[in-house]
Design a protein around this ligand. Sequence first.
Ligand code: A3P
Length: 331
Amino acid sequence: MAQGQQPDAESIPTGEEEDDSLVPLPTREGWWTTFVLYQGCWLTCPAVTSVLLVRDHFAPRHDDVLLATYPKCGTTWLKALAFAVANRSHHPVGGGGGGGVHPLLTSHPQDLVPFIELPFRHLHPLTALDALPSRRLLSTHLPHHLLPPRVDELGCRIVYLCREPKDVVISTWHYMNKVTDDFSLELDEAFDLFVDGVSIYGPIWNHCLGYWNKHVADPDTVLFLKYDDMMADPIKHVKKLAEFLRVPFTDEEVGASVVEEVVRLCSFEKLSRLPVNSSGVADRTGGRPMENSSYFRKGKVGDWKNYLTEEMAKKLDAIIEEKLKGSGLTF
Ligand code: A3P
């Protein structure tokens, strides 16, 4: 389907239909729908259709900044932080400075930084992104090798956030339970698929490695962050993020505790309790309304210890170690 082509009124897609043209690709069942292996990445059929449209029609700009994450690695948090940091000249954070009510108090972080591939681009054309003024802050779950080639050609900067894979599988399983009707996958079944590399946008190790390798080759273009490190020292990482976004905090701002205010505004405790994030439903993919609260669960490091057996933890650790061997990336 061409970008923006309108479906018949009677056949408006939910975004979850099978696409016959993708059938020759390897498939796996197990999660909430059939996954297809597209260029080494497990996606749903509508996601592949969307990715193809993004690669063909999305027009990156040299000053775009992309927030890239594997799902459940803290995308919502990163969107909030990057938005707050990048826009603080006209939306001041903390007391004084005017600017009215901060957008993070009235909008879900997911809606302040749009995904390039979502909502599925055969349902919602990319023109919405074209209409955004520069400098755009955009996000993606795509692995580095599936980004539109112009992203690298233009030298667009990327902030990548990853997370300890054991916490990712637990967060993913809880999330899918919450947002998918009749989700019947037991944790051990989800875990087996995950260690097999079969998870949305997975395998997770390829996702991390793609951005890690780009970061190693070109650290000025890719800022590589880890959720656990950010939780341990958010102030340091928010300063780093501001420098990367080319809006470093001034001495005056540091003296006025603006960095601390940004961290507080974007904290799990603050965001998860706001009515805009704790109530209501929104459809951000196309055909799959989800509760706004589903993006906030615990926001803790090491919650996997409450769910995985020692044997499961060792198994996932071993596969991650093997896959990342020699790269310099560790968890
Ligand atoms: P848990 O399920 O472990 O609690 P994503 O935004 O990529 O979907 O990731 C969701 C994970 O990030 C969830 O993890 C969620 O609770 C956590 N999260 C959401 N907002 C956060 C915040 N402001 N600070 C830290 N973690 C946050």
